[in-house]
Design a binder for this molecule. Structure first.
Ligand SMILES: [Fe+2]
Ligand SMILES: [Fe+2]
Length: 363
């Protein structure tokens, strides 16, 4: 087997898939890259079949492990994990329309089904919410993120599969309980702040993204970006983070390093979506170009994902009691957010968020 050909096949497949997620199955680029993938597949069939298997964290092509590394290969592994797909078998005779249906299935939030020339082996979905009530789901979400945060702090590495699971949990919970304010959890003690805040920002970011019409993979990436936005705080000393009295300039400067540390840390991990890295870097930048970290690219260059996370971050921070300030009620937070709009936040996204809260009668 030529590793190069397998990598080429996966690159075409992933390009078709990301165009399908961004646009639709009908987009010409989906057709073009699906066609490219099928042409490469023709050269790789053995006994008229071709098998891709996900074994733990490894990808196996026919019977040989795929040793190449690269963005497309790690994205494919992530997509397969998210969908619970452990095996894909292509059979000779697979045509472009049938292949495009498969691509569309993977890009959607629906279950992927087999077709005559393409069979899909599914594992049991890890997050099973059937019959579980919402408060149990929320507690389960929090417990999961708590464990993950402790894991990251200890080993300085990220269990991306479990983080993916946690985001799936948030999306499922929001489907069951449409009032997002019942899903975001109150913090019971200051020691809980890190993971309760990470969970809440993720949930609030997903809520905004859904109101904007985002679905499937994109929604998942937004959730992950929310969950990881403050990951750089692991590199800031605990004494500074947990200080209850006023910070001096040096301590404040230490806090302000967390976006850079977070982005740098996420950049070392191959299987983290780029959106998460962008949000970690930019979530304290402001819509008018101020904020931190300061860069040469100012005004209106904050990515929409960072703008969404910034709104979620502000909302959760003000609704939470801190040693130096009482928790504010949601309508008050919305009022403050509106006052800061245009300077701090994208006005269209504030309208989207406030409108969605009103629609569910949360404010
Ligand atoms: Fe932050
Ligand atoms: Fe934050």
């Amino acid at each position: 087997m030529s590793q190069g050909k397998v990598t080429e096949l996966i690159s075409h497949l992933m390009t078709a898939l990301s165009n399908c997620s961004l646009y639709s199955e009908q987009h010409p680029l989906v057709g073009e890259f699906s066609g490219n993938a099928l042409r490469v597949a023709e050269e790789l069939y053995s006994d008229d079949t071709l098998t891709l298997t996900l074994l733990g964290d490894s990808l196996v092509f026919n019977n040989s492990p795929v040793t190449d590394k690269g963005t497309h290969i790690s994205s494919l592994k992530r997509r397969l994990k998210r969908k619970g797909i452990e095996k894909i078998v292509l059979k000779k005779g697979l045509g472009i329309e049938e292949f495009k249906k498969f691509i569309a299935g993977v890009a959607s939030t629906e279950k992927v089904v087999s077709s005559p020339h393409l069979s899909v082996g599914m594992v049991e979905v890890r997050f099973n919410s059937a019959g579980t009530d919402v408060s149990a789901l929320i507690n389960e979400n929090i417990a999961k993120v708590k464990g993950l945060c402790q894991g990251i702090a200890k080993f300085r590495r990220l269990d991306i599969v479990s983080l993916e699971d946690a985001v799936t949990g948030f999306i499922t919970t929001l489907k069951k309980e449409t009032n997002v304010l019942r899903v975001v959890s109150p913090m019971k003690s200051y020691s809980e702040y890190t993971y309760v805040h990470a969970t809440n920002v993720s949930v609030l970011a997903i809520f905004q993204a859904e109101a904007l019409g985002m679905k499937g993979e994109n929604l998942h990436d937004v959730g992950l970006a929310g969950l990881l936005h403050d990951v750089g705080k692991l590199f800031v000393s605990k004494e500074v983070l947990e200080k209850v009295t006023k910070l001096d300039l040096e301590e404040w400067n230490a806090i302000k390093t967390h976006p850079v540390f977070g982005a740098r840390y996420l950049a070392t991990l191959s299987d983290v979506p780029k959106l998460a890295l962008i949000a970690a870097f930019e979530h304290h930048m402001k819509f008018d170009g101020s904020g931190y970290p300061e860069t040469k690219r100012r005004r209106n260059h904050q990515h929409i994902i960072s703008q969404i996370v910034a709104i979620a971050d502000f909302f959760d921070a003000l609704r939470t009691e801190r040693p130096y300030r009482r928790a504010l009620e949601s309508p008050k937070v919305v009022q403050l957010m509106k006052e800061a709009t245009a300077r701090d936040f994208n006005p269209l996204l504030v309208d989207n968020f406030v409108g969605a809260l009103r629609r569910i009668k949360a404010i």
